[in-house]
Design a protein around this ligand. Structure first.
Ligand code: AHR
Length: 536
């Protein structure tokens, strides 16, 4: 139930300063450099079809890519919960205690590390008491038949951690404290006993606690200082009583690119007392290609393909900017940057209810997902959690459902292919791929990351952004013993190819293997594709 969506844009016009610099006279050094570039173009920019030379440096491992960056977000919005997860115990759709079996089976394969629930903007108007016990109390547009016990059942069925966003906007600290007590206290506590009466004697585990959502807008339009005071009270009073689970707390972070919230929250954190704390700061970043969302999710052209990916790649700058502010107060990076809403936000599927935020999911979204995960992996020392928006039927979903039918999206396949990167250690590499330009939009031609899993196996993910040309990669594996590589590649007939209920495998991963010769792995991948290979 969204009443207002904030005008979020990831594109920036050049500032006055930048514009001024653009017309500054060139220095002599710059003129000479320019002349050299004109005289020797081949030496500075690889030809568009030249093999991409990648050099791995396995001797200098980076940070661990926290499995939590592969988290999901499930909000009471559109058919994300009702229809997508919950069909009710009496449904003819196969279910376990009302939760659809097909969706659970598909999500189990993703090894989803955590699910953020119940919102989003919805969280700041959620009354948890209406969603427990035998008598559910509906709100406008919300039947409350899927409440705390159903969410915890769902989390347990798919094998994930619960990330609970408490209502800091319209609710009180006491209500939130009692919700946590209901979920985590032993059954001899009054609220633990109520949970036991509702059929769940054992305390639940709450791994992550969200202290509000977008409090600068839909979460209460609070000034940063006002939010910090509220957040401190919630952090202090909302306790987890289940000692089997150390809970991390996530405060609200920046509105767009503004530094205000990040500065205020991090300054407060630096000067904190024993009584409160946070372990994460939230960042929301959607790729839209311009606000309000208008790019179609299917049936689009190469210009729209590039425009959306350009926005998505902007995640890197966004993280750098906010991390730099956090570094001022927390150079040891104790507080994680938690990108707990990200993904493509596109025009609603024609004919759908616009407020349900239903959109198709194409090969472009698969490329976008890979590029975004790669950004998180490169910032793994600070970005230790992320939640794609949203898991089912809403925005950039893993799964689409329609009554008894279910289809896996191209984004689902990327998350599945990237499972080996969960908790793997980042392996630095270098490559110079050149650029791909269309309709005045320039993007890198390819992207590559690598990581070493806990068993010592090296995994490489290569994305070919160029939608017109295949890309050949020559990966030098100095210091790595390997004879071959094998894995999966995800490509599609067109960048706007989608899976539908009638044709669910238009975009599906295919096996790919290659030999390693003289310490070098050579592979060629399709245009606009994502490939993940493990070295053997
Ligand atoms: O994901 C949809 C909405 O986007 C969320 O409810 C809100 O937090 C954000 O504005």
């Amino acid at each position: 139930m969204i009443t207002r969506l904030f005008p979020r844009t990831t594109r920036f016009s050049p500032s006055g300063e930048q514009a001024k610099r653009r017309f500054s006279p060139l220095t002599w050094a710059a003129r000479i450099a320019l002349l050299l570039c004109i005289a020797m173009p081949a030496s500075v920019a690889p030809a568009a079809d030249a093999p991409v030379q990648v050099t791995l440096d396995a001797s200098k491992p980076g940070a661990v890519i926290d499995r939590n960056i592969f988290g999901q977000f499930a909000e009471h919005l559109g058919s994300g919960i009702y229809g997508g997860i919950w069909v009710g115990r009496d449904s003819t759709i196969p279910n376990t205690r009302g939760i659809r079996n097909d969706v659970v089976a598909a999500l189990k394969a993703l090894k989803v590390p955590n699910v953020r629930w119940p919102g989003g903007c919805f969280a700041d108007q959620y009354n948890w008491r209406r969603g427990i016990g035998p008598e559910r109390k509906p709100a406008v547009g919300e039947p409350n038949t899927f409440g705390t016990d159903e969410f915890m059942d769902f989390a347990q069925q798919i094998g994930t951690d619960a990330y609970i966003s408490v209502n800091l906007g319209s609710g009180t600290a006491q209500e939130a404290a009692e919700w946590l007590e209901y979920m985590t206290a032993p059954p001899d506590d009054a609220l633990g006993a109520e949970r036991a009466k509702n059929g769940h004697p054992a305390p639940y585990k709450v791994a992550i606690l969200g202290l509000g959502n977008e409090s600068w807008d839909c979460g209460g339009a609070m000034s940063a200082d006002f939010y910090v005071n509220e957040m401190k009270r919630f952090s202090h009073f909302v306790n987890n009583y289940n000692s089997a689970q150390r809970m991390k707390r996530v405060a609200v972070g920046p509105s767009g690119t503004a530094p205000t919230y990040t500065d205020a929250v991090m300054a407060a954190w630096k000067g904190r007392s024993y009584s409160w704390g946070i372990e994460g700061l939230s960042l929301h970043f959607y790729a839209t290609g311009g606000w309000p969302p208008h790019l179609p999710s299917a049936g689009f052209d190469e210009k729209d393909y590039a425009a959306l990916l350009k926005d998505a790649i902007g995640m890197d700058d966004m993280i750098k900017t906010q991390s730099a502010i956090m570094d001022k107060y927390d150079p040891e990076k104790k507080v994680a940057l938690v990108v707990d809403e990200w993904g493509a936000w596109l025009a609603p599927t024609p004919g759908s209810n616009a407020s349900s935020l239903t959109q198709q999911n194409s090969q472009r979204d698969a490329v976008l997902a890979a590029l975004s995960i790669n950004v998180f992996a490169r910032h793994a020392d600070r970005v230790r959690m992320a939640n794609i928006a949203q898991m089912i039927n809403v925005l950039q979903a893993m799964i689409l459902t329609d009554k008894g039918k279910m289809v896996l999206t191209p984004t689902y396949h990327v998350f599945h292919m990237y499972v080996p990167f969960q908790d793997a250690t980042f392996v630095p590499l270098t490559f110079d791929a050149g650029t791909y330009t269309t309709n005045g939009i320039t993007l890198p031609r390819v992207d590559v990351i690598a990581a070493r899993d806990k068993a010592g196996k090296i995994w490489i993910a290569v994305t070919n952004i160029d939608p017109k040309s295949p890309a050949t990669f020559g990966v030098s594996l100095a210091g790595v013993k390997a004879k071959r590589a094998s894995g999966q590649t995800l490509s599609a007939p067109k960048v706007d190819s989608v899976n539908t209920f009638d044709a669910p495998n238009i975009v599906a991963p295919k096996a790919l293997a290659a030999k390693v010769a003289s310490g070098k792995l050579t592979i060629t991948v399709a245009p606009a594709s994502v490939t993940v290979l493990g070295l053997e």
